[in-house]
Ligand binder design. Structure first.
Ligand code: ADP
Ligand code: MG
Length: 565
């Protein structure tokens, strides 16, 4: 094909795609504009996941009527003039791309009034072109309404997830801006229902209580530090409080919410040896450093930054978090903590997470699923090592079985079979248990509640982002049901909407319900576990794909002991 210059329309749509990826990216740009305009109250509304309608209103500086059309011109901004200004940038926006990009892929109406002006004005655009403008009475501040996002870009529309998922991302985003700007009041309305609200003029810990629940907020440790002109502040979870997903780590650089693998890693490194494999901390970490030391212009959506002195940034974060953790381990200044956290020294952290409970014989009750082929020979149990591994003898040598992984496999297959027949054993709770949810978890519960019910969960909405747990699968007997629900909602959130949820739910439940490393098992329990493992369809791996069994063959043993020439 010969080289051709793209038409303005095509070029603009392509450029818009970089800034506006989904409804949450529109909300992000609009909130940033409101914050840059000095707003102290910002309300956000979405309908139909934001594809139908997004509205962001603020009480900020407003836009003079005669400048309104400029706001929709490409590379028009009031925030910088020259390239050098980026060295001292203190606003969130600066590219002058957001409003024109949004207008290219939707219908936008902007209404605004600077407080000094008597009248307000509005401008309406569709597909990037102005369709109407004029005067309009309104309170001081700015309101942007976006309708029919991507309705003129069918290719992009196809990539949208369910409205509930998109709304969940918006909730998550608003929660993060509320965390970064606790002095600002945020209000989020999803499908005409209040989803989230902060009062403004509060602290990050207060906002965190809104987002992750009061207990979590109380348990969080203060992390602060100063290193090489980099100030670090924030809240990090004690090692006894962790989550199965990395998405509870939030990083703000000069109050900009950014994704940074490097800094996430720095935070997790600080917890080295304190968390179980697969567990991640909850952390809100704020970095403040001279604007010239950080390049914010590396990503069209400004969600990534580059540090001039990466090593220093890494070190500053790691030290501050580590110091918070060691202080708390030494019994340093810890705020009053809820029941989720417990005091303790270094090595006891794992045990706090995984309370040692006697295994219930019922957990190892008979399995209904007959194995199609014996992929594991009949094993004779010899004993238990470190309360973690079962030693067994087979026809060809010795077998070491990871008791947790093996039990996970057994429970996983049993749960899957029972769920298919809707016969999962249920345990009713005498006292219903209230569980605090994040906005995102609440959306996930709305989407996937049906699938959870199939596994015997009876969960009712209880308002104020709390749900009531009335019954749980019996496999969770003796376990923390609240933590299991939170784990489940987080793991479901990472899958794609509409896909089969039976597997991910069964995996999480099996993991939660299985005996743990450290649990003492009786010989009878071990024998029963081996019988059941032998009958599973894939006895050699746990549902996560890790091995359940290590085999030391007779010939290998002979070789190792020099019994063979
Ligand atoms: P940028 O934020 O990068 O400058 P935008 O396209 O997001 O570019 O906005 C263009 C301009 O419109 C801003 O520079 C600002 O002057 C004005 N503007 C946009 N939103 C608001 C708002 N909520 N309040 C006041 N001014 C705004
Ligand atoms: Mg902007």
């Amino acid at each position: 094909m010969p080289i051709k210059v793209l038409s303005a329309e095509v070029a603009h749509k392509i450029a818009a795609g970089e800034v506006v990826e989904r409804p949450a990216s529109v909300v992000k740009e609009l909130i940033e504009n409101s914050l840059d305009a000095g707003a102290t109250r910002i309300s956000v509304e979405v309908r139909g996941g934001g594809l139908q309608l997004i509205r962001v209103s603020d009480n900020g500086a407003g836009i003079p009527a005669e400048e309104m059309h400029l706001a929709f011109q490409r590379h028009a901004t009031s925030k910088i003039e020259a390239l050098d200004d980026l060295e001292s940038i203190s606003t969130l926006g600066f590219r002058g791309e957001a409003l024109p990009s949004i207008a290219t892929v939707s219908g936008v109406t902007l209404t605004s009034r600077p407080s000094s002006a008597v009248d307000g004005a509005f401008i309406a655009l569709t597909g990037g072109g102005i369709v109407e403008e004029g005067k309009r009475g309104c309170p001081p501040g700015t309101s942007v309404v976006v309708r029919g996002l991507f309705s003129n870009v069918p290719a992009r529309l196809k990539f949208m997830k369910s409205p509930a998922t998109e709304a969940g991302r918006v909730s998550e985003l608003v929660a993060h801006y509320a965390l970064a700007f606790p002095e600002v009041a945020f209000y989020l309305l999803v499908d005409r229902r209040t989803a989230f609200q902060t009062p403004g003029g509060s602290t990050q810990r207060d906002v965190l209580a809104q987002v992750y629940g009061r207990e979590t907020a109380q348990a969080m440790l203060d992390a602060t530090g100063d290193f090489a002109e980099i100030g670090v502040s924030g809240l990090v979870s004690p090692p006894s409080l962790s989550r199965a997903s990395r998405s509870y780590i939030s990083i703000f650089v000069n109050r900009r919410w950014v994704q940074s693998r490097m800094l996430s890693y720095a935070i997790e490194e600080a917890y080295h040896g304190m968390l179980m494999i697969g567990k991640h901390p909850i952390a809100i970490v704020n970095l403040s450093l001279p604007p010239r030391d950080v390049d914010v212009n590396v990503h069209p959506a400004k969600s990534e930054v580059r540090f001039r002195r990466e090593q220093d940034a890494f070190g500053a974060v790691q030290r501050a978090v580590r110091a918070a953790l060691t202080d708390s381990a030494r019994g340093g200044p810890v705020p009053p903590v809820g029941p989720l956290a417990a005091p303790g020294g270094d090595r006891s952290f794992e045990r706090q997470l995984a309370p040692v409970e006697p295994v219930q014989p019922s957990l190892l009750g008979p399995s209904g699923a007959p194995a199609p082929r014996p992929a594991l020979p009949i094993l004779r149990v010899v004993g238990q090592v470190a309360n973690t591994y079962i030693i067994a003898e087979g026809p060809d040598g010795m077998y070491l079985v990871d008791q947790h992984a093996a039990h996970e496999r057994v429970l996983f297959e049993r749960l899957k079979a029972q769920a298919a027949k809707r016969e999962v054993e249920v345990q009713g709770l005498l006292d219903p248990l209230a569980v605090q949810l994040t906005p995102r978890q609440e959306e996930t519960l709305k989407c996937d509640g049906e699938a959870l019910a199939q596994f015997g969960f009876a969960i009712e909405p209880f308002g104020d982002r709390t749900c009531l747990l009335r019954a749980v699968p019996a496999v969770l007997k003796g376990r923390s049901a609240a933590e299991a629900v939170i784990d489940l909602l987080d793991s479901l959130d990472q899958g794609t909407a509409g896909s089969d949820l039976v597997e991910p739910i069964a995996i999480t439940l099996a993991c939660r319900g299985a005996v743990r490393a450290g649990d003492t098992l009786t010989p009878e329990e071990m024998r029963e576990m081996m019988r059941q493992l032998e009958r599973t369809s894939s006895p050699r791996t746990c549902p996560h794909g890790r091995p359940t069994v290590l085999h030391l063959s007779s010939s290998r043993l002979e070789r190792e002991f020099g019994r063979q020439p």
